[in-house]
Write a new protein. Structure first.
Length: 575
């Protein structure tokens, strides 16, 4: 019997995840991608196929779908962590499995969309006739599902050597290289959703969606603007529409998928998943140092916005104000520990040349299994640093972190990645630090750009971008070998190390031209004169300066020192 290689891909990935106005949107987008891909992967299991990459046959979410979700022994926290990437390669006995994968994704997506539509209709009780114009059109045309099959043949080795100049020695290895080349060529053809047709009275002039800018927002013609004003604060099991939301069908499904469908499908209370808001992420490490307040922050009605209010009167004027006990605990924590940080970090990480490694490795199974173990280990590791994992799909990872712990967490993740995989590959990371009022979508894009900058610089490093709300934006590259020293310096600043000498150094550097030795001597002089800088701290600062000297000029080294101070002390809203 012939065997076939099957390659599945679901997109658009970045567009779907990045279309997020809240951290909850960010998580839901990632989980939906894993959920839909799991439905495609389940068809491989039903056909008794074998996953080649990633090795996800034992993935908790896929196992949950295979035996129907909701059993008492299901590892809920692991199921709710998106760890299934949007693409997989498998070996099957029948090429028809590919079409079954496609149909499974389409059917499940339509089921989720129908559940959200029905719940919204119930909420609005038929008051807005025609609000769902183009709903089904947008739902049906959004996803780009790409499938490729290739029959494994003994001639594949010769074909791969002739067409790809491959050094493959086995038909399966050669077949994987051939199907990967076809898929790469197919990705050059972009997917464009069908053009939205005109409305019943001519052209549809409804504004575009505030999350997916290429699709029209929902709402009856011609009064869409008034519609959104009236449905603001619509709530489904704790998830609501904001006053500024103007959403298309896809965005509405993304917003309410968990509360209207997924929670019930997993037999969970919708409140079981409480993804922290940006304000809570900023203050996560600060909250951990206030054990009593930490208990309040785990309540179902907690809002990180409360940390920004100055008076009880201000809090009372807001929607969902804290109860008196919580408010008292917040004010006590502020009096004891000062204002909570106002900045947070988004981390985007990706392995270097992992696809190439998988295509050319004689034994792909060990690598795929190691990637699966890493994805499962990432969530608890991020939590150790008071962060929250958005997703971890093999070598691809996205997380939210408090600034003081961010570099240490990056360093630990990169180390674990290299140690878990047999070939000890490297990883590139982008870390974007921004104020809690900064548009989440822009911060996510900054993290992605930083990751690409790290890769363009040769990989195996961290690119740190600091987006100050007032003042300069900065970028610095940090080789992984220096990350522990950077993390240690951040902790020194957090413990009270003075940073005034940094500003003096940065003012003096332009006068020194291209003379690194003079900059080093000036740094020594400033550290000797600085109050609150002891000999141990000065030695640590100079050691980092010297270690970074081989890769960056004095200005970049000073920028790194300034960034360390900022990550440790980003407390005031205006900083």
């Amino acid at each position: 019997m012939s065997q076939y290689l099957l390659m599945f891909s679901l997109g658009p990935v970045q567009q779907f995840i990045a279309a997020a106005r809240t951290t909850r949107d960010l998580w839901t987008g990632s989980f939906l991608l894993s959920w839909l891909t799991a439905h495609a992967a389940r068809q491989v299991l039903l056909a008794h196929g074998e996953f080649l990459s990633p090795a996800m046959a034992q993935n908790p979410l896929l196992q949950c779908l295979s035996h129907d979700c909701g059993r008492d022994d299901d590892p809920i926290d692991r199921i709710l962590t998106p760890t299934i990437p949007n693409t997989f390669t498998a070996m099957v006995d029948n090429a028809d499995v590919a079409e079954r994968c496609r149909n499974a994704v389409i059917e499940e997506w339509r089921t989720i969309a129908s559940a959200v539509h029905a719940e919204l209709d119930r909420q609005w009780q038929g008051r807005f006739a025609g609000w769902d114009f183009r709903w089904q059109e947008q739902i049906d045309h959004f996803w780009d599902i790409r499938l490729h099959t290739h029959p494994i043949s003994e001639h594949d080795v010769d074909t791969a050597r002739r067409l790809l100049r491959s050094d493959a020695s086995h038909p399966l290895q050669a077949g994987r290289q051939l199907i990967a080349a076809v898929a790469a060529a197919d990705r050059l053809i972009r997917h464009y959703p069908a053009h939205e047709t005109a409305g019943p009275a001519g052209d549809d002039h409804r504004p575009k969606c505030s999350m997916f800018g290429s699709m029209a927002q929902m709402g009856p013609l011609p009064s869409a603007r008034q519609f959104w004003q009236q449905v603001a604060q619509t709530q489904i099991n704790g998830t609501r529409l904001g006053a500024r939301d103007r959403l298309c069908a896809v965005a509405l499904v993304k917003r309410f998928a968990w509360s209207a469908y997924l929670a019930r499908r997993l037999a969970l209370d919708p409140a079981h998943v409480r993804f922290p808001d940006v304000d809570t992420v900023c203050a996560a490490e600060w909250l951990a140092r206030s054990p009593h307040l930490g208990e309040y922050s785990r309540k179902s009605n907690w809002s990180g916005h409360w940390l920004r209010w100055r008076t009880r009167e201000e809090a009372a004027d807001q929607e969902n104000p804290p109860d008196p006990q919580t408010w008292s605990a917040i004010r006590q924590a502020v009096c004891e520990a000062g204002q909570p940080p106002a900045y947070y970090a988004i981390l985007a990480m990706d392995g270097d040349r992992i696809g190439q490694l998988l295509r050319h490795a004689p034994q792909h199974g060990a690598i795929s299994q190691s990637l699966e173990r890493y994805a499962q280990a990432a969530a608890p590791l991020v939590q150790q640093y008071h962060g929250r994992l958005v997703y971890a799909g093999g070598d691809d990872l996205l997380a939210l972190l408090p600034t003081a712990c961010a570099v240490d967490c990056c360093s630990r993740l990169a180390t674990e990645f290299g140690e878990l995989l047999p070939q000890r590959p490297t990883m590139s990371a982008g870390l974007a630090v921004a104020h809690f009022k900064h548009d989440l979508r822009l911060v996510l894009e900054a993290a992605r750009q930083a990751e690409q900058t790290a890769k363009a610089a040769g990989g195996n490093r961290l690119c740190l971008r600091v987006l100050r709300r007032s003042g300069e934006h900065s970028l610095v590259l940090i080789p992984w070998r220096l990350a522990p020293q950077v993390g240690a310096l951040i902790r020194l600043f957090q413990q009270g190390l003075s940073d005034r000498w940094i500003f003096q150094l940065r003012q003096l550097l332009p006068r020194m031209g291209e003379c690194p030795d003079m900059a080093r001597l000036e740094l020594e002089r400033l550290l000797r004169r600085a109050q609150g800088v002891d000999e141990t701290s000065a030695s640590a600062i100079l050691a980092l300066w010297d270690a970074h000297a081989a890769t960056e000029d004095p200005t970049q080294r000073a920028t790194l020192l300034h960034a360390c101070s900022f990550l440790a002390r980003s407390r005031k809203d205006g900083e």
